[in-house]
Write a protein that binds this ligand. Structure first.
Ligand code: EPU
Length: 442
């Protein structure tokens, strides 16, 4: 018989789970945190600034902690001034010291390449990790760095980029890429001369990064359109900057309100960023009331079927695919959900089927037969948004849902358990002994 030691909770042999007793409508007010996909590049961009910056509205999520740990290891002085405000002094940092084991844990770590190239003229950074949605190439990032005059090779798990001098250039992306647009902006900000990025991504977090860099003295125009122009500057200066609210976190709680037949006021949002999500929810019959910096979401008596295709901003976000997928399981009729960005974003479907969902995936389209009463089951978070979709499914399913591998969810959701409890969910996080990891280690 397997004997689990009494101090297992203090050691590695534990697993964390989220447990939900579903069926309670969410009611009340929930506040959205700062945007993960803006916080990650902005925090890593402080390396490029070579001065002291204060970043506000920073979400408490593991991807952000990881960024701070990476910067600390590189020599930056990182100090939390409050729960959501961090001061980063990057003057003492050295290039080429990004720790492989930390870097490979997240996708956004590849922004170190742009930031290090821009500051030191060289970067040696481990290949990034992150959620598995199939192949996630970085050829467009490399194309951009090369256009600025860098030589780039990928060998032994590292990206090695060097440039005697970075010189402004014109770059046309073959595909719309958020990461590529951000990385080239970072490398170009301190290059000599002018850079033009065409077919650039238009996501709000790109605008946020550009606003932050401009607050430090950069000269970037056009962010939010598909042509971004950058006039290189010799140096940048520290500033104080607040990160925008997380549109995907907001969209997730919007879906949770609709799925549980609840009524939520979601605060600290920019309603404009939510337009594609609000439009689809309204088409499904959900009532959305927009205020200056909040939205109210009131469930529909009957959810209508809709077709959705994920697209680059301002289209319907791929990062909302799994959450809206759950909602479509509850709508009457057959809906088609087509993924337009990643090859393999439907890994959550198998988990959702355990809860009674009726979904067939055909290539990049999920055909969802709605009208299902989901039932509780033990499920796994297979990636960040897939994991949060299981939370939504658990909130509206009958019975007790247990979700494993919740470290994925904690990469991007600030205190999700506390926030959902505050609006009436019966949800808790538990830490329990993990016989599998104990057995492996012994
Ligand atoms: N692509 C290429 N070549 C490249 C770069 C991208 O072919 O050099 C392709 C990708 O394979 C994909 C498409 O272009 O098919 C878009 O990829 P993009 O570069 O825009 O995505 P990313 O930068 O890897 C970021 C977010 C993702 C979010 C996507 C799309 C971060 C750290 N990640 O990824 O966020 O899904 O943009 O909006 O910002 C999440 O938050 O859950 C998440 C996965």
């Amino acid at each position: 018989m397997l004997c689990i030691p009494p101090d297992a909770g203090k050691r590695d042999f534990v697993m964390e789970k989220i447990i939900i007793n579903g069926g309670r409508p969410l009611r009340g007010t929930i506040e959205v945190s700062g945007a993960k996909n803006a916080a990650v590049p902005i925090i890593l961009a402080t390396l490029l600034i070579n001065d002291k910056c204060t970043i506000e509205n920073v979400p408490s999520i593991s991807d952000v902690s990881l960024c701070m740990e990476i910067l600390s290891t590189m020599g930056c002085k990182v100090r939390m001034l409050s729960k959501n405000t961090v001061e980063i002094d990057s003057r003492p940092a050295e290039g080429g010291l990004s720790p492989y084991e930390l870097v490979r844990k997240m996708r956004g770590s590849y922004y170190l390449v742009g930031a290090e190239l821009g500051r030191y003229g060289k970067a040696y950074v481990g290949l990034p990790g992150g959620c598995d949605f199939g192949v996630r190439p970085i050829d467009q990032h490399i194309k951009g760095f090369k256009a600025l005059g860098a030589s780039v090779s990928v060998e032994g798990g590292y990206i090695d980029a060097r440039a005697e001098k970075l010189t402004g250039s014109s770059i046309y992306f073959d595909t719309v890429t958020v990461g590529g647009t951000i990385n080239v902006i970072l490398a170009a900000v301190r290059a000599k001369g002018n850079t033009v990025i065409e077919n650039a991504a238009r996501e709000p977090h790109i605008v946020d990064l550009a606003n932050f860099l401009n607050s430090c003295g950069a000269k970037i125009s056009g962010a939010g359109t598909d042509v971004i122009k950058i006039k290189g500057v010799d140096r940048l200066y520290g500033s104080t900057y607040a990160i925008i609210p997380d549109m995907i976190e907001a969209g997730t709680y919007m879906c949770a309100a609709a799925a549980t037949r609840g009524h939520l006021r979601i605060t600290n949002v920019i309603p404009k960023h939510l337009e594609s999500i609000s439009a689809k929810l309204e088409e499904m019959g959900v009532t959305i009331i927009e205020n200056d910096d909040s939205v109210e979401v009131c469930h529909a008596d009957d959810l209508h079927r809709v077709n959705i295709k994920t697209l680059p901003y301002p289209g319907f976000p791929t990062d909302m695919n799994p959450q809206i997928g759950v909602l479509l399981c509850l709508a009457k009729g057959v809906s088609c959900l087509t993924e337009g960005i990643f090859d393999n974003r439907f890994r959550y479907v198998e988990e959702l089927k355990r809860m009674g969902a009726n979904i067939k995936v055909d290539g990049s389209t999920a055909i969802i037969e709605g009208g299902t009463q989901l039932s509780a089951a033990p499920v796994k978070a297979v990636d960040l948004r897939a994991g949060v979709a299981m939370v939504i499914a658990g909130l509206c399913a009958r019975g007790r849902t247990e979700i494993e591998d919740i470290h994925y969810i904690e990469r991007g959701y600030d205190d999700i358990v506390g926030k959902l409890r505050s609006v009436g969910a019966d949800i808790k996080k538990v830490i329990i002994p993990d016989p599998v990891s104990f057995e492996k280690a012994n």
